[in-house]
Ligand binder design. Sequence first.
Ligand SMILES: [Zn+2]
Length: 246
Amino acid sequence: MTFAPDYPEARVVASPNHGERLRPVSLLILHYTGMPTAESALALLCSAEAEVSAHYFVNEDGSVLQLVPEARRAWHAGKSFWAGETDVNSASIGIEIVHPGHADPRPYPEAQIAAVTALCRDVCARHAIRPERVLAHSDVAVSRKIDPGEFFPWGALAAAGVSLHVAPVPVWNDAGIGPGDAGPAVEALQRDLAAYGYGVPVGGVYDEATAQVVAAFQRHFRPGRVDGRADASTIATLEKLRVRRA
Ligand SMILES: [Zn+2]
């Protein structure tokens, strides 16, 4: 089965893995393929047995493939959460970016990031997706996923008006709060993360789930240190981001 591409630059390579979309599109989720070669990743995303897919696939040279029509629900996010939404696949467009993953955390090629940026601009314009709803897989599947990685250049996308980004507040050597801590400061942090959209328990106890959400936040917004501890830099960067969004 083939179809006309929604993005004019894309070449269609149809995947059988999709279903009925149950929500309007309001999220854009970025992934890395995390496999040694583009060919192996594309084969997986088009294999009926694998039951995974994404709408778009961006090669290292910047060429773009479309695997699933945007009107259909692709299977890229898995069990996920953002700002009350638990069916992220139904509410999103998914983009797989060819990259070997954390096994080889090399920079994404410039041509590839330029292509991702142009694709994101087009998708966001057509679906009126707000910048703060262009997210990492690691933001919406906090305990399971770490892609597209702390080495993904979110600033380049933000410079083009895609995704929300602030310069991270520099890291210094305060311990901040972390696992085992409890009290009003922990609860305030949890409330701020939940208000931004993260699926975090709000109870004033810095449990493992909270540490995982803090690490996910750092991976996207304060990549200089991804340790799950809310130091002053992490808390100040979150505050800057919340002010920027408001
Ligand atoms: Zn992913």
